[in-house]
Structure formats: structure tokens, C-alpha cells
Design a protein around this ligand. Structure first.
Ligand SMILES: Cc1cc2nc3c(=O)[nH]c(=O)nc-3n(C[C@H](O)[C@H](O)[C@H](O)COP(=O)(O)O)c2cc1C
Length: 352
């Protein structure tokens, strides 16, 4: 057991009478404070940062284990994440309009299942506020920055393209890649943007000079994923992020069934197998032509290694970080350091 699991986690899980979002806010505040102290960042870096560089969709990553979207939606603690060992950071999901998200409580831990249910609903300060914060960062982050874009709740679905575009325009100078989030279960109708016609219009508008990746739901059928991949390839998407949280409640421990019935998306251990299966399907279906960021239920180094075996070029963590802390990031990087990045295109020389 690590110090985090023995001492820090029990303390964090008791904060706010056990309210998960209180612990989340406390952690972000602490990491934001650390982010302003170079000596503290250097101490963390020397403990956690491990190099295992690779280049994916034209971007160089110092290591392939990233922070998933939703943890630091507004980029409040950006310098802390690379110091904790992450090889890239995805901020957001951000929307064109600032919005409060759903009423609290909206985040629930299910410890016996190593899982979380959330229905945050894209609470964020808006694309303009994020752009201002990124512009004011004192020094380069040192790792690639992904920016996840979503639809504002007040914007009707048939105006979604303009809404995503407004965020993209505000932020295009700041991200190394952009994630199009069309898979959160917590914004009504959002997932219908994964359909062929909607996605085609969205990617037609967004794909440009920066890499654009599409984040997909684990609840899609293989036929729906195959259709979505056709659109991604035709429109020049740089890759796929698989997966977002699930509406399924399979795999919960008995004690968590009641709490797990809360509305929202489930993440963590119950998602491990399904997320990996989706990664494997995408890899197979595209013949490795679309780089994949594998995410969902990576809770130990073996899970990370198996994501890469399934075809992921990069992985991300969220729930695993809640349960295992920063030691998981370092261990996941080490577990995958030896793995060769999967082929993403036919080798032009070997093909001759
Ligand atoms: C509290 C919470 C908030 C999240 N917010 C977002 C979000 O804003 N955008 C997004 O694309 N994914 C969001 N996610 C999904 C994660 O990025 C990730 O895809 C999912 O949790 C599966 O990974 P995990 O099992 O490692 O947590 C959120 C997840 C959690 C637990």
C-alpha cells in the first residue's frame, strides 16, 4: 500500500462529510497553490516524472500517460499535472458559455467497486476564461495540452456546430490538440452528435490546422462505432479517444448497487473491460490508421499495459488517480515504457 492509499486517501474521502466534490475542490486548490511554487513543483517532478517519449499525430509526448478531461476543467492547476508525472493534460470540457453544471451533489464515489458516478454537466467558466488563463501561464507547460470542447447547455442541438466553433476559435492558439466531446451522458442530446450527419458537420467545421480527436461513448454498438470511424477518416480527424463514462451499471459490487443507481456516467474498474474492447475494435476496424487515446478503468499498471496491447497509442486516467494517487501515473508510465507505439500508418519504406 502506498502512503497515498494508507493515509492521504482516507483523509480526503472523509472531507466534507464524505462529499466527493468537496475532496475534489480541496485537491485542486492545493495543486493550484503548488503550481505557484517552483520548488514544490521541482520536488514533485523529481519523485514522479518519468520520461518515455513518443510522437503521436505529429505531437511529441514526453510520456504516454495523460490526465483525462474533467479533472481540471478550467485549467486551475496546470503546472502541477506534469510535475505529478503526467505526459499530457486534457483540460475541459469547456463550453462557449460559462455554466454552473447540474445541482450538487453530482459526484459519487463507490469505493468497493473502485468506481465513480458523476453527472457534473460541464460546469466550467467558459472558453474565454480558459483562454485568458492559458495566455497568462508564466512558462510553457512542458507537456502537450489537449482542450476538450463541448456544447453549452443553453445552445440548441441544431446550433451545436457554431457553439463548438466559438470555443475552438477562442482557444485554437492554446491547444496542442482538441477533443470533440460528443459522448458525455450529462448534457441532454449531446450523444446524438455521434451520428453520421451531425459528426460530419461538426468535423467539417473543426478540422483544420490543429489535430482534432473525437471522444466516444462506450455504450455505442460496433455498427455505430464503425460508422463514426468512417466519418472520422473521411473528415481527417487526428484520432479517437475511447472512452467516456458509461450508462451501464454492470460490474458494481453489491454494496454499491443502490448508490450506483444515481443518474450519471460510471467510470473506474467496472469500465476497464468495455473501454479496452472499444479500443481494440477501433484499432482493428481502422487497421491502425487512427491513433487512439485509451481511457476508462485504468487502475493499475497492468491495465495501462493492456490498453496499449489493445492498440492505444496513449492512455489517460481519471478515476484511477482518485483511488491510487500519483504513484499510479509513474507505475503506468514504467509499465508501458517498453511497449512500442502501435503502427499508425503503413510504413512507406517497407511497403515499397
Ligand atoms: C467527475 C468526472 C468528470 C468528468 N468530466 C469529463 C469532461 O468534462 N469531459 C470529458 O470528456 N470526460 C469527462 N469525464 C470522463 C473521463 O475523462 C474519462 O473518460 C472516464 O472517467 C473514464 O476514465 P476513468 O475510468 O479513468 O475515470 C469525467 C469523469 C469524471 C469521473
Amino acid at each position: 500500500m502506498t502512503v497515498f492509499e494508507r493515509a492521504v486517501r482516507p483523509w480526503l474521502f472523509r472531507l466534507g462529510g464524505g462529499d466527493a466534490e468537496t475532496a475534489h475542490e480541496w485537491t485542486l486548490r492545493r495543486l493550484a497553490a503548488v503550481s505557484r511554487r517552483p520548488a514544490a513543483l521541482a520536488a514533485l517532478r523529481s519523485r514522479y516524472a518519468v520520461a518515455a517519449p513518443r510522437t503521436v499525430f505529429g505531437v511529441r509526448f514526453p510520456n504516454p500517460v495523460g490526465l483525462a478531461a474533467g479533472m481540471d476543467k478550467d485549467g486551475a492547476a496546470l503546472p502541477a499535472w506534469p510535475a505529478l508525472g503526467f505526459g499530457f493534460v486534457e483540460v475541459g470540457t469547456v463550453t462557449a458559455h460559462a455554466q454552473p453544471g447540474n445541482p450538487r451533489p453530482r459526484l459519487f464515489r463507490l469505493p468497493a467497486s473502485e468506481a465513480v458516478v458523476n453527472r457534473m454537466g460541464f460546469n466550467n467558466a467558459g472558453a474565454a476564461a480558459l483562454a485568458a488563463r492559458l495566455a497568462a501561464l508564466p512558462r510553457p507547460l512542458g507537456v502537450p495540452l489537449g482542450i476538450s470542447l463541448g456544447k453549452s447547455k443553453v445552445t440548441p442541438l441544431d446550433e451545436a456546430v457554431e457553439d463548438y466553433l466559438a470555443s475552438y476559435r477562442a482557444l485554437s492558439g492554446h491547444g496542442d490538440y482538441f477533443a470533440v466531446n460528443v459522448s458525455s451522458p450529462n448534457t441532454p442530446g449531446l450523444r446524438s452528435l455521434q451520428d453520421r450527419a451531425h459528426l460530419d458537420a461538426l468535423l467539417g467545421a473543426l478540422v483544420g490546422e490543429k489535430p482534432v480527436l473525437v471522444k466516444i461513448a462506450p455504450d455505442l454498438t460496433e455498427a455505430a462505432i464503425a460508422e463514426l470511424l468512417e466519418v472520422c477518416l473521411a473528415r481527417g480527424a487526428a484520432g479517437v479517444i475511447a472512452t467516456n463514462t458509461t450508462l451501464s451499471r454492470d460490474g458494481l459490487a453489491g454494496v454499491d448497487v443502490e448508490r450506483g443507481a444515481q443518474a450519471g456516467g460510471l467510470s473506474g474498474r467496472p469500465l476497464t473491460g468495455r473501454a479496452r474492447d472499444v479500443v481494440a475494435f477501433v484499432h482493428r476496424e481502422t487497421g491502425g490508421r487512427l491513433p487512439i487515446i485509451g481511457v476508462g478503468g485504468v487502475l493499475d499498471p497492468d491495465d495501462a499495459a493492456r490498453m496499449f496491447d489493445a492498440g492505444a497509442a496513449l492512455v489517460q486516467l481519471y478515476t484511477g488517480f482518485i483511488y491510487r494517487g500519483p504513484a499510479l501515473v509513474r507505475a503506468a508510465v514504467r509499465a508501458t515504457a517498453g511497449s512500442a507505439p502501435p503502427s499508425t500508418a503503413p510504413d512507406p519504406v517497407a511497403g515499397r
